[in-house]
Design a protein around this ligand. Structure first.
Ligand code: KG4
Ligand code: ZN
Length: 350
């Protein structure tokens, strides 16, 4: 089957064509970062209007790059949550219209399941069903969670952040360091030339008394205190106007606190689940220190790591089409009548 995927949950307008289960024929993404940068974050009204403008071009691009005609499309898959309501609406309305016009099924996909299966989009990757059970770490701008995957459609949420997401921690820390928006990539670059042991920032342990919604605190994250710790540190020890080497050292130390917190939870979760396989996806999985430390630690322990290829770490539609290609997502008449779901949780599906 040939599936057209559409993604518009935040500030990326994306379309892709995937052959079942996970072979990417095209992947077209139009980023809005330049439009939101001056505001220091995503402005929902701007994002929604930009999706209206960009999606038709991005969809036409995806079809052209795949070298197929409209008549080859067997289904349209679209993100219906979580994300910004007005942004999601543009994608869902476009997908509904296309599925009616092409007379093919509409598949409603949970964006987080897209990140969960994104490692399997690269050529040569195994079939997800063949490597179950595995642990998945999803690290993005809005979410941070650990999931045990027993089969593509049978997953259990092990833990998640109780406050900020890892990407938010990167962006807020980068903002305090004057690195602009989104600051994650800039902080990553600066940190490569810094000393990660320069300042010891808190690792955000979650104790049993914290709110975890019944999840095991060992697998939950807390990043809001880290950003406050950086703010207090900078008030006590201000950086020179040009930043200099100290800026690099503080950036590296801050990044290290996030990366170590992720690493600790991941190894505990793999231990508890008795699995030797970890899959990692989401925008923060582009972080070079996180990729490096996961690769060396897991290799040392004789465990296997499936990292998402850089092209599929950020928001994209290939991962949305792949979820439909794996037979997941909502289908049928109820889906055509369904609205967007901005607060959808990681494992929630039709
Ligand atoms: O998955 P994504 O593209 O969008 C969401 O679904 O949220 O993730 C975006 C997040 C942003 O917070 C961005 O700063 C972060 O991923 N990010 C990074 C890096 N590249 C992107 N964080 C740390 N290091 C990076 N290299
Ligand atoms: Zn995302």
């Amino acid at each position: 089957m040939i599936i057209l995927g559409i993604e518009s949950s935040c500030d990326e307008s994306a379309a892709a064509v995937v052959e079942t289960p996970c072979r990417v024929l095209s992947n077209s993404v139009s980023s809005q970062i330049a439009l939101h940068g001056p505001y220091g974050g995503v402005v929902p009204e701007i994002a929604c209007r930009e999706h209206v403008r960009a999606l038709p071009t991005v969809i036409a691009d995806a079809i052209a790059q795949a070298g197929i005609g409209w008549e080859s499309i067997d289904a349209v898959a679209v993100t219906y949550g979580p994300g910004l309501a007005s942004s999601l609406l543009v994608g869902l309305a476009s997908a509904k219209a296309l599925s009616l016009r092409l007379d093919v099924p509409l598949v409603a996909v949970n964006h987080l399941q897209g990140h969960l299966f994104s490692p399997f989009l690269s050529p040569g990757m195994p079939d997800p069903a063949a490597v179950c059970p595995f642990v998945s770490l999803i690290v993005s701008g809005g979410h941070t969670c650990l999931v045990r995957v027993d089969a593509p459609g049978r997953c259990e949420l092990l833990g998640q952040t109780i406050d900020d997401a890892a990407g938010e921690a990167f962006d807020k820390g980068a903002n305090l360091l004057g690195l602009g928006y989104p600051g994650g990539p800039a902080l990553d670059r600066l940190a490569r030339e810094g000393d990660p042991r320069y300042v010891r920032f808190p690792r955000g342990r979650v104790d049993a008394k914290s709110w975890t919604g019944g999840l095991d605190p060992r697998f939950c994250f807390s990043f809001s205190g880290l950003k406050t710790a950086l703010r207090y540190y900078l008030e006590a020890f201000p950086l020179a106007p040009d930043g200099g080497q100290r800026l690099r050292d503080v950036a590296a130390s801050y990044q290290e606190a996030i990366v170590e917190a992720l690493l600790r939870r991941v190894t505990d979760a793999m231990e508890a689940c008795g699995t030797g396989m970890l899959a990692v996806g989401g925008g923060v999985s582009l972080n070079s220190r996180l990729r490096g430390i996961l690769a060396s630690t897991l290799a040392r322990e004789g465990r296997q790591l499936l990292l998402t290829a850089p092209a599929y770490c950020g928001d994209n539609a290939a991962m949305i089409a792949a979820v439909a290609g794996l037979g997941l997502g909502g289908r049928g008449e109820a889906v055509a009548a369904r609205d967007v779901c901005p607060n959808l949780s990681v494992l929630e599906a039709y």
